[in-house]
Design a protein around this ligand. Structure first.
Ligand SMILES: Cc1cc2nc3c(=O)[nH]c(=O)nc-3n(C[C@H](O)[C@H](O)[C@H](O)COP(=O)(O)O)c2cc1C
Length: 232
């Protein structure tokens, strides 16, 4: 088997295995981290109760949700979700709501909904219209038919341009972009739950198909698809 077919087979196995992991459920406890010998000693920590700053309740409430009501999101909800992912919080220095290696911000957010595809422009808090076609069904196909993508009223796609980060950090760029996409995704999910919405981060999709739908060339790396909506 050549390298390309091997990669394809591994990808398909990962996708086929996904629902098994989701529905059978593991104990969720994680277990012993790899690389450490088992330890019999423990140090008790205080149990985290309800209450405290509201972000703790949001973190406790967050759960991946894969089916949504038809209700579209309001403009205010969409603006807040995108702001949570890439909004500028320090206009003087251009710093954003998420950490970024060297404050280089290689990530761009795309919003796909019934009205088409928009690219989030943090400086002006606007959407640049990329397409007026509803591409959610095609995105669902690109995501191995995961129905959450086609059913959600709004889908955010996180895309990185590793060259932005590579200019300063060389070979660590893809790693940094992937880490940054995690920050962005978590901010968006926590914002969603704080607004009474829900969503799921989707990593199983075909990169080339997503690039082609968003009209992006090979320089760009789609890292996450996040269907968002009101829980059903
Ligand atoms: C890197 C990554 C990729 C993921 N990809 C998918 C995916 O393709 N489809 C999906 O339904 N869930 C996906 N998830 C969500 C996980 O299945 C989910 O987080 C996990 O089952 C734990 O459940 P919770 O998010 O409700 O705590 C992904 C999560 C991560 C961190």
């Amino acid at each position: 088997m050549n390298k390309r077919s091997y990669a394809a087979v591994m990808f398909i196995l990962a996708v086929v295995a996904w629902p098994v992991g989701c529905t059978c459920g593991n104990d969720g406890a994680g277990g012993e981290p790899p690389g450490n010998a088992p330890s019999s000693e423990t140090v008790d920590l205080q149990t985290v109760e309800e209450g405290g700053p509201p972000i703790f309740d949001v973190m406790a409430a967050r759960r991946s949700v894969r089916s949504f009501a038809d209700t579209p999101l309001t403009e205010d909800e969409l603006a807040r979700l995108l702001w949570a992912g890439q909004g500028i919080t320090d206009p003087v220095r251009g710093y954003k709501a998420v950490p970024s290696a060297g404050a280089l911000y290689p990530i761009t957010l795309y919003l796909c909904d019934a009205s088409g595809v928009g690219r989030y422009e943090p400086e002006t808090e606007t959407l640049a219209v990329i397409s007026e076609s509803d591409l959610r069904d095609e995105l669902e196909t690109a995501a191995m038919g995961q129905s959450a993508v086609g059913d959600a009223p709004a889908v955010v796609v996180i895309v990185a341009k590793p060259a932005v980060t590579a200019a300063k950090y060389g070979g660590r760029a893809e790693r940094y972009c992937t880490l940054e996409a995690g920050h962005v995704a978590q901010n968006i999910l926590l914002a969603a739950f704080a607004l009474g919405l829900s969503g799921v981060t989707i990593g199983a999709f075909d990169d080339d198909s997503v690039r082609s739908l968003l009209d992006l060339d090979e320089e760009y790396l789609p890292l996450y698809i996040i269907p968002l909506g009101h829980p059903e």
